[in-house]
Design a protein around this ligand. Structure first.
Ligand code: GRF
Length: 199
C-alpha cells in the first residue's frame, strides 16, 4: 500500500473522483492518508471529512517564504509515498520538490507544454486553439514543466466559454487522475529523463 496525501485549495472535485475510485476498488494499492489545504474554507475539506479522511489546513499566509511554508508541508507529510496536487494553487519550492522527487503528481487543464499557469482554459480559448486537454505530470521546480505521465485531448468548440470547456475538461480529469494514481501506486511508472514509461 502506498500512502497518498492530496493537496487542495478549492472545490475538490478531483479529490471526490479519487475517493470514488477508491470506493469502487480501482485504487487497490492506494491508501488516501490525508488531505492538506492551504485555504481554510476550501470545499475539498468537507469532501475529505465526509469520506473520513483526516485533513489539515496549513495557511500559506502564516509563513514568510515559500520555503518555510513548504518545510511545514514536508513535516506534515512525513511517511507519505505520493503527493497528489488536486487543484492546489501554490507553486512548490525546491524544499518540497526535493523531498518528494518524482513523487508529486499534478493535474493541469491543458495539453502541456501548451498553456501552463493558472489560466490554462481561458488561455487556450483566447489563443484560438482547436484542441486542448488534460495533463497529469510529475512536479519539478518549474511551473507545470515536469515530466508528463498521461494526457488526454478534447476539442474546443466555437461556442465554448471558459465555464463550458472547463466542465468538459474536469470530466476527463476525474478519469485521468485516479488512473495515474493507480499506475504510480502500483509501481508502474519509470521516469527516464523527461519521458515517463508505463510498465
Ligand atoms: C482542476 O481543473 C485542475 O486541473 C486545476 O485546478 C482544478 C481543480 O479542481 N489545477 P477541483 O478543486 O479538483 O474541483
Amino acid at each position: 500500500m502506498k500512502r497518498v496525501a492530496v493537496l487542495v485549495s478549492g472545490r475538490g472535485s478531483n479529490l471526490a473522483a479519487v475517493i470514488a475510485a477508491r470506493d469502487r476498488g480501482t485504487l487497490p494499492d492506494t491508501e488516501l492518508a490525508c488531505v492538506v489545504s492551504n485555504v481554510a474554507d476550501a470545499g475539498a475539506l468537507a469532501i475529505a471529512a465526509s469520506a473520513g479522511i483526516s485533513s489539515t489546513v496549513i495557511r500559506h499566509q502564516d509563513f514568510r517564504t515559500r520555503a518555510t511554508f513548504d518545510a511545514a508541508l514536508v513535516e506534515r507529510l512525513h511517511g507519505i509515498d505520493y503527493v497528489l496536487l488536486a487543484g492546489f494553487m501554490r507553486l512548490l519550492s525546491p524544499v518540497m520538490v526535493g523531498a518528494f522527487k518524482n513523487r508529486i503528481l499534478n493535474v493541469h487543464p491543458s495539453l502541456l507544454p501548451a498553456f501552463p499557469g493558472a489560466h490554462a482554459v481561458r488561455d487556450a480559448i483566447a489563443y484560438g486553439a482547436k484542441l486542448t486537454g488534460v495533463s497529469v505530470h510529475f512536479v519539478d521546480e518549474g511551473t507545470d514543466t515536469g515530466p508528463v505521465i498521461l494526457q488526454r485531448s478534447l476539442a474546443i468548440e466555437d461556442t465554448d466559454t471558459e465555464e463550458s470547456l472547463h466542465a468538459r475538461i474536469q470530466k476527463i480529469e476525474h478519469q485521468l487522475v485516479p488512473e495515474t494514481l493507480a499506475l504510480a501506486c502500483a509501481g508502474r511508472l519509470r521516469v527516464d529523463g523527461r519521458r515517463v514509461r508505463v510498465g
